[in-house]
Design a protein around this ligand. Sequence first.
Ligand code: ADP
Ligand code: MG
Length: 752
Amino acid sequence: MSTHTYKITGMHCASCASVITKKLSAVPHVRSVSVNYGTEKAKIDFDDTHTSLDTLNGVVGTLGYTLSAIDHSGAAEPESVTKKIDEHAELKNKTNFILPIALLVFILMMWDIGAQIFTGVPNFPIPMTLFNTIGMVLATIALFWVGQPYMRGIFRFARYGVANMDTLIGIGTFSAYLYSMSITLIPLFWSSRMVPEYTYFDVTIVVIGFITLGKYLEAVSKKKTGDAIEKLLNLQAKNALVVREGVEIEIPVNQVQRGDMIVVKPGAKIPVDGVIVEGSSFVDESMVTGEPMPVQKKIDDTVVSGTINTTGSFVFRATKVGSETFLAQIVTMIEEAQGSKAPIQALVDKISSVFVPTVLVIAGITFVTWLSVGSIYLGFSQAFSFGLVSFVGILVIACPCALGLATPTAIIVGVGKGAGAGILVKDAATLEKLHMVDTVVVDKTGTITQGKPTLVKVLNFSRMSDVELISITASLEKKSEHPIAHAIVRYAEEENISISEVSVFESVQGKGIRGRINGTEYLVGNRILMSEHGLAFDHVAIDEYTAQGKTPVILATADQVLGIIMVADEVKPESKQAIADLHALGITVVMLTGDDEKTARYVASLVGIDDVIAQVLPQDKREKVHTLQKNGKVVAMAGDGVNDAPALAQADVGIAMGTGTDVAIESAGITLLGGDISKLVKAIRLSNMTMRGIRQNLFWAFIYNIVGIPLAAGVFYPLFGWVLNPVFAGFAMALSSVSVVSNSLRIKAKKL
Ligand code: ADP
Ligand code: MG
């Protein structure tokens, strides 16, 4: 079994998605199918030893859909792209042709209606027979050329029993056409008393005109919702300047190989990921991190594809090329996120799948009711024409098109908007979940603080000098990856303090480290580590510093404490505001840290954090998150994603703070590039915005149908004399799709 994602062409509406899903799910060896109308993609899990793309295409091909493979960079295969462009151009041509005609007919209709109601309006200027004849010709073109997809919808319904939105419009407009045709033609051949009082050619023309316009506008805006990826792909440099055998040559970026030396001139785009080996510069990474300030890059620093060099120049060694580059991975991730389904969509899908058949039944019942009950009061001919108008109106207004667009378009815009601001969302479910979060758990080091502690004080209890004390500690810390270790090693290097050889080394998770130098066993770590070894030390002296937010690093031998090095990590300038913003959103902030209790409390008080859970071992962080969840909290956990991974996974939403660019973007539900906690606030706002957009969309999509169907059915006729002209049904239907897509697009313009 393996999962494949394919591009689908030929989809016209949300109900197509459910038709495709149903048909593909029935194919043997297919385990699961998920079709997204918004992105026009299908995710199919099938056994590829028993079935293939061809088989699947055989099944959906007869219904007018095509599945095609997607290449790794995310762009669809050339064939499907051209097909898409053709479809787009065709839709545009049809709109340009039918719209002026539809508008003219619409005005004439209004005139005719107006002349009958108001005395001031002059009589309809065109003789009815002429109007009918012209109408007949235009309606024929409208139906069989412009409205081809809808005619195919009827055919499909008749042949395969699958009904979608096209079927509804097709049956609706075709019925109006057929009726008008018969009352126009029958009197020519049979002398009949059935005079063509009123034909509905105009309805056919105007409905098809409006719906085609709606489809076109929808296609245009749908393209706009997905332009975040296009923007990212445009960041990709086309060529790279590589040094081969001592000479600089320009080659296409896809020919760059790992290990190539690449020259970056001022103002040039960085073509692949790599490490600088020569020169230095400032690099504008705003397109990947959302941070406007260029970042300084020196030898050994990493650079990533898609970013732009400013004024300096440098040479770097390519470490990641092609689909492994940061940019390529982000694009893939965004694409997958945009194509994923929000849980709320499941309900919508269920509704759409029963919607079309239900509407057909309602329309049928309505027609029969008009004929039977209406005839008693209005006479057959009048009742028949009301029945037909209602039948057509229901079919047209009930199209679940807006319903199908409501969720995916908002998700596409939301995910894309996030990407532009350095907020990478893994899937729609995460984005949906995030707006329900009421508790945010943050790591102290690197999240609230800079994550770059510095040495601020040495308390020496030994007969050694401070330098010797630092030397021993730094030698041991050289083996550790902890930010505290870096602080001490950096200090030693800056002060030219010698580093000795460490023989046995062991890191004690969440407490410190131990190792042997020249045969002596040392411990470096926090109070817990010391207490566990029964070592006494001056708590009071330590408290004086921890109360000011300093972290104690205690050095001891097996039988006594030698000294304490205090390190301090500065609070990030944006932390305080970000915490205040979270509070304003009604969210409780909890700091979870392995650091000393007092130190943690002090830092928490600086930034206004409500709750502190300190001295937690890495393996216990997950448990603490779980406890919060058991108490009914919906928890988002922000951490560095390295030793916090289990806690991130446990949280309802795991948020990785990516400092630098080598973040594991797959490790969390949300990755905040640039590692800035104020982005967490933005991410939550983005989620709120997107969910609000979805709810508004669903509301509008439903309201059109809830109000429209009874109105079109003529339910209000006995009360107020209201019947909905199918022309307005067509207009309302087009408007609903367009308003849903525009509402989604509005998210793009909003401030995060
Ligand atoms: P956090 O990521 O919240 O700092 P850790 O589990 O990484 O949590 O560390 C918890 C505590 O253990 C640190 O605050 C520090 O006191 C101690 N510690 C961990 N590693 C080291 C180390 N290499 N040197 C000194 N102390 C350490
Ligand atoms: Mg940590």
